[in-house]
Design a protein around this ligand. Structure first.
Ligand code: NAD
Length: 454
């Protein structure tokens, strides 16, 4: 492995009073990232590895993990700090780095051709409120591993923490010898600033992690775009499933970070013969059953927009106890999830709620369960979960749902590497098809042809 001298840093003596990488003007952020990218182009792969290691080390310092978790809850006013520690730790440790860029080679008497990965340049990345720091950590690792620089446009409700994180990562990168401003951020994000970022010619690629509006915007930008959009993950439980285990996994998955992950179980479709046992086991695991129609209606009124097409933002990511108290129900001390037995047309089933309220729909058999689950996923091709011991049914649902993530017999979060096999990402690109993004998603393919000398 060869190493070349460390390229000079754009600003070798940054003052400690200002946040590194944060800019008021979009144009300044892009110019700084472009200049960092040009220096980064001359760095070796060994240096890239060193820089990725610096990001991982900084993000996993215990005080930083705690700060990100506590501040994310304080600033966004949603989620669960203990779970956010886990999410950030997985983002930092399990997002693939340079090793993700596996080169394909073809060889014959004519010579050798390799299919390599080249950077795009400056990437504009838009991050969500639900995983603010996780997305910045995971995107930064993948994008820098592929040789790019990045300008983040954070969610306005997570901007202070996002700016703090970009500052920490820049300091760690600079200390490791990286050019300053490989990671930049817009200090005061707005719709206009995001639109300006998308339109800036130096921005070569756009990556949006968020709801349908922002994904639609990047897809119509005319640039190479990755869209990681919303889902409504169904979980199917059939009569062959290990019901106590299914109950535990569903309660764990659906209550994780108060149901903020786009991958979290959003509705259960269960074969009617197992519903009673499943509900009883879920209650044992910390779910509270609410079947009173009046209370349910109060819940819908409280938690949903008047047209029942969207959750009310102020209730997204709140904990189950707070939600129950708001409709006059005393939560049990161990309650972490609200469950209700309902019908498929209930808006709580149809709408991505992003809160620990999990409707359960009973159907006649496994075939009907798979059909309904696919219907309520609404063609997002995002995530689905199934608890069954019948391999044929598992295969059928995986094939027919065509989701990016399909979890068999486990909690939803095992699909992004948390307590499950495989790498982590917080940008799951269903609409544009990259799937679980990693460094290679943020690189263009380059064909290098070496002709034989004779
Ligand atoms: P959101 O769409 O409200 O915001 C996402 C980002 O887009 C934010 O930075 C926001 O400021 C920006 N944005 C939104 N509309 C915009 C506009 N018109 N102009 C400019 N910028 C705009 O989403 P959110 O509430 O932060 O996150 C929750 C949503 O994101 C859920 O639907 C969830 O499923 C989805 N999500 C998907 C993934 C994935 O990997 N597929 C990951 C996390 C969240």
């Amino acid at each position: 492995m060869t190493t070349s001298p460390t390229p000079s840093i754009t600003d070798p003596s940054p003052t400690t009073s200002e946040e590194l990488g944060a800019f008021d003007e979009v144009s300044d952020a892009v110019s700084a990232a472009q200049s960092a990218f040009e220096t980064y182009l001359d760095c070796t792969l060994a240096q890239r590895r060193l820089f990725i290691a610096a990001i991982r080390a900084e993000a996993t310092r215990e005080e930083n993990l705690r700060h990100m978790a506590v501040e994310a809850v304080a600033e966004t006013r949603m989620g669960n700090a203990e779970h956010k520690v886990l999410k950030n730790r997985y983002a930092a440790t399990l997002t693939p780095g340079v090793e993700d860029l596996l080169v394909e080679a073809y060889q014959s008497d004519a010579g050798m051709t390799t299919m390599e990965y080249a950077p795009y340049g400056v990437i504009g990345a838009i991050t969500p409120t639900t995983n603010p720091t996780e997305t910045i950590i995971s995107n930064s690792i993948g994008m820098l591993a592929a040789g790019n620089a990045v300008v983040f446009s954070p969610h306005p409700r997570a901007r202070h923490l996002s700016v703090w994180l970009v500052d920490r990562l820049n300091r760690a990168l600079v200390a490791a010898g990286a050019p300053l401003n490989l990671i930049t951020i817009i200090r005061k994000p707005s719709m206009e600033a995001t639109a300006q970022l998308m339109a800036t010619p130096q921005v070569q690629m756009l990556v949006a992690t968020g709801g349908p509006q922002i994904v639609g915007m990047v897809l119509s930008s005319g640039k190479k775009a990755i869209g990681a959009g919303s889902g409504n993950p169904p979980v199917v439980v059939d009569e062959t499933a290990d019901i106590p285990r299914a109950a535990r996994d569903i309660v764990n998955g659906a209550s994780f970070d108060n149901n903020l992950p786009c991958t979290a179980e959003k509705e259960v479709v269960a074969v009617s013969s197992v519903v009673r046992e499943l509900v009883a086991d879920m209650v044992q695991e910390g779910a509270q059953l609410v079947n009173d129609p009046e209370i349910l209606e109060k819940l819908r009124k409280l938690l949903m927009s008047p047209d029942r097409q969207h959750p009310r933002p102020s209730w997204v990511g709140q904990d189950a106890g707070t939600i129950l108290r708001a409709v006059g129900v005393e939560p049990r001390p161990d309650t972490r999830l609200i469950i209700t037995e309902t019908t498929p047309d209930d808006p709580l089933v149809q709408v991505e709620m992003l809160m620990p309220v999990l409707p359960i729909v009973a159907v006649e058999d496994a075939a009907a369960a798979i059909d309904l689950a696919i219907e309520v996923e609404h063609g997002h091709h995002h995530t689905a979960i199934m608890h069954s011991r019948d391999v044929t049914r598992l295969e059928t649902m995986a094939r027919r749902s065509r989701t990016t993530i399909f979890v068999k017999n486990g909690p939803s979060y095992s699909g992004i590497g948390i307590e499950g096999e495989g790498f982590a990402t917080f940008t799951i690109a269903g609409p544009t098809g990259e799937g679980l993004t990693s460094a290679r998603s943020f690189a263009r393919r380059r064909r290098c042809v070496l002709n034989a000398s004779v």
